[in-house]
Design a protein around this ligand. Structure first.
Ligand code: GCO
Length: 255
């Protein structure tokens, strides 16, 4: 029973920003649970290498090179998947970026870029996916939130605003698409060991703060998101909708 509930065989998952970091870990986790995976990056060597590494592990992998902030490129990528007969059953809106700067020094284009990358892309790609999921009467959308979906941190204002938006976009998706058999949920990772967080990990004061502030007393590993991702991608979560599940070592639960 539990094996069938979490089995992703026969399903295809598109994971944005999946050449490295959290997206890569989630893509590998979904593949290990049986899904075929469409990896995404802006192209070039990193995407080809990630795909080759996953194929070497025996996983079914397709590459979709597109910039998540380029709407025309997104539409084209979906058209190419349609032509190839690839049905996206599971969408993970993971692609994201960080820009750490005090707000008084932040330019409007910088603000916009962070919002476009972390929030608007999830709407645009989610809409393309949902347009195809709705007629089929099923689909899974997993958005990647953050602790900053709930709490602010100085120097990351646009990221915080985007991730707060991700929480509400997830609810908006559930509100509009749940009746069509789509489950839209989010994962809120805590402080994770990723390239994006390298400057924080390498900063002794920040590292000490994370370890002191997190009840688990450590940073999270990207692969620690897999269980929640598989749950939200599988039949096990068919009546779970509009939720954000924090995988944060307990951080949001305590002061
Ligand atoms: C930061 C980090 C964030 C956090 C994440 C925690 O600057 O605060 O880059 O990305 O790791 O938001 O959920």
């Amino acid at each position: 029973m539990s094996q069938t509930l979490f089995d992703l065989s026969g399903r295809t998952a598109l994971v944005t920003g999946s050449t490295r970091g959290l997206g890569r870990a989630i893509a590998e986790g979904l593949a290990a649970a049986g899904a075929a995976v469409v990896l995404n990056g802006t192209g070039g060597e990193r995407l080809a290498t990630a795909a080759a590494e996953m194929r070497a592990k025996g996983y079914a992998v397709r590459e979709a090179a597109f910039d998540v902030t380029d709407e025309a490129a997104v539409t084209e990528a979906f058209a190419r998947l349609d032509e190839a007969g690839v049905v996206v059953d599971i969408l993970v809106n993971n692609a994201g970026m960080q820009l750490r700067k005090p707000m008084v020094e932040l330019s409007t284009p910088e603000w916009q870029k962070v919002i476009d990358t972390n929030l608007t892309s999830a709407f645009v790609i989610g809409r393309e996916a949902a347009r195809r999921m709705i007629p089929r009467g099923r689909g899974k959308i997993i958005n990647i939130g953050s602790l900053t979906s709930e709490l602010a941190r100085a120097t990351v204002a646009p990221y915080t605003v985007a991730k707060g938006g991700i929480k509400m976009l997830t609810r908006a998706m559930a509100a509009e698409w749940a009746a069509d058999g789509i489950q839209a949920n989010a994962i809120g990772p805590g402080y994770m060991l990723t390239d994006m967080n390298k400057p924080l990990i390498e900063n002794p004061a920040f590292d000490a703060w994370v370890k002191g502030r997190t009840p688990s007393r450590r940073w999270g590993k990207p692969e620690e998101l897999i269980g929640t991702a598989v749950f939200l991608a599988s039949a096990a979560s068919d009546y779970v909708n509009g939720q954000i599940i924090y995988v944060d070592g307990g951080m949001l639960a305590v002061l």
